[in-house]
Design a protein around this ligand. Sequence first.
Ligand code: HSE
Length: 346
Amino acid sequence: MRIILVGYGVVGKGVTTILARRYAEKVKDYGFNPKIVAIADIDGAVIDPRGLSPEKLEALKQTRPISSDPEFGHPEMSALDVIESVEAEVVVEVTPVNIKNGEPALSHITKAFKTGKHVVTTNKGPLALAMPALTELADYNNVYLRFSGTVGGGTPMLEFAKRCLAGDRILAIRGILNGTTNYILTEMSQNRVTFQEALSNAQKLGYAEREPSMDIDGFDTACKVVILANWILNKKITLKDVDRTGIRDVSLQALDEASKRGNTIKLIGSIDGDRPTVKPTEIPKTNPLCVSGVLNAVTFSTEFAGEQTLVGRGAGGVETASAVLRDLLDIRHKLANRLLNNNSES
Ligand code: HSE
């Protein structure tokens, strides 16, 4: 499988690391033979149609910009040029999130579809703004769009609901879907740290989005709610359909009062009833959703099997990159099935 990697930040580097580390094992176990034939970022690209070697991928981590590589560098090429002109099966899109207009990821994804390439993305922006249209466009072009890393990072929340709960009916989804706000609220309630101090620690630890409002005003959680609602509950919604309140107004006093009642306050995204919401919510400390620090947790309420809660790491470079590998394997599996079906028809 030939891969074009678009975006070379924490997640992009995580993808090259994880592919190199798990390469032999995946070839052996799944016959999955991924080759990164190009990497494009804001300053140009590196392209090797035979696949960039593990040594080259390692060396590129120290090369600034990557397009200055003397062997394979193309400083003049944009990501769109690369997607259009380089032969590959899949584009892995991991550029920074933008929820104003979804760019540049939105153009990368649509260009990939139009040139017959499958897409794996960890970018919530285009999905939050245009998920119903993007899934239709993927179908129209007969390609797959996968985005496991957008919700729950390395924790397979989307797959769990889609596959493991396939025999049941999911009635409602509630979750702590943002590590930064959970870290801030945990620090405030357990260690009496101020909001600002907790936020700056989260930024130092690399959990927070580049623009902190994304986390603390609930936009990041709202994006994840949109993705869950579309993918799991088949609701055709976008970001504007989510009622959203962030955690700026959660005080130490409110946390103390909740604590006296055996509760705490968490930023909960929920899809339960007509209007999806994101808001600080008092929940019992004994609720399985009540996880600490940067952990994420989601509860699926189902018709037959009751409540199922999944807990795990929601952010981080290699964690999110592991979701990319999961998506690539899923596409590989689907393509193999397509081939089998075509052969049995002919
Ligand atoms: N800033 C996000 C979080 C990163 O804190 O959960 C993962 O989406």
